[in-house]
Ligand binder design. Structure first.
Ligand code: B4P
Length: 190
């Protein structure tokens, strides 16, 4: 069973490459950002709480995210065929919680695909998306906060997964197709 974590800064192409990975490898897609946006749209308690963090570019607290992820795993039989985790984990406590949740289901993270993209390109992509997305977090001020949060809270995960011998660096600049070809090579060699 293949469980892939797609990892990278905001704007690194996680959502874009996840779509291609699902099509080729038939994995179940869990994007914590998409789940949170659906909660916000439906006006749930979780959505209202999340909105306050997301619009400021901050991370939603670990306990809320971990609980939300466990519910998605438990309520979808299809997760048993393998999962692509997009935007999760984003902190060390989330990574440890994921390890335990998968071990309880007698499985584990197969590989982490780390999309590495230069910062000016990240800002450019997110500002471009902001022109059409209507997302409250795709504006310059919030993008800068998201990148700071990424550097402080999420980048330590790279070392965590290097230590676990799961991290695969992928050059994330170039066309969507070129980047996907690099990811395919990594997954096919697992
Ligand atoms: P996410 O939805 O995960 O947002 P993101 O990190 O900005 O990445 P996204 O997937 O949208 O962008 P992508 O790189 O695919 O999270 C939103 C917020 O939710 C977070 O800031 C946080 O507050 C909260 N949250 C989510 N998960 C959480 C967690 N685990 N813990 C706590 N809080 C959490 O793509 C960006 C753009 O680049 C796209 O428009 C795409 O078209 C473009 N692009 C992609 N590849 C390209 C390429 N090769 N060339 C040019 N453009 C490209």
């Amino acid at each position: 069973m293949l469980n892939v974590v797609i990892f990278g800064a905001p704007g690194s192409g996680k959502g874009t490459q996840s779509e291609l990975i699902i099509n080729k490898y038939g994995l179940f897609h869990i994007s914590t950002g998409d789940v949170l946006r659906a909660e916000m749209k439906n006006g749930t308690e979780l959505g209202k709480t999340a909105e306050g963090y997301i619009s400021k570019g901050q991370l939603v607290p670990d306990e809320l995210i971990i609980d939300m992820l466990a519910k998605v795993l438990d309520s979808n039989e299809e997760t048993k065929k393998g999962v692509i985790f997009d935007g999760f984990p984003r902190t060390i406590p989330q990574a440890k919680a994921l390890k335990k949740m998968l071990a309880d289901r007698v499985t584990e993270v197969s590989a982490v695909v780390g999309l590495e993209v230069e910062e000016p390109e990240l800002i450019d992509r997110l500002l471009k998306r902001g022109q059409v997305s209507g997302r409250s977090d795709d504006n310059l001020e919030t993008i800068k906060s998201r990148l700071e949060v990424y550097h402080n809270q999420t980048t330590p995960l790279k070392d965590y997964y290097i230590e676990e011998k799961k991290y695969n660096a992928i050059h994330g600049m170039g066309s969507v197709e070129e980047i996907f070809a690099r990811i395919e090579k990594t997954i096919d060699n697992l």
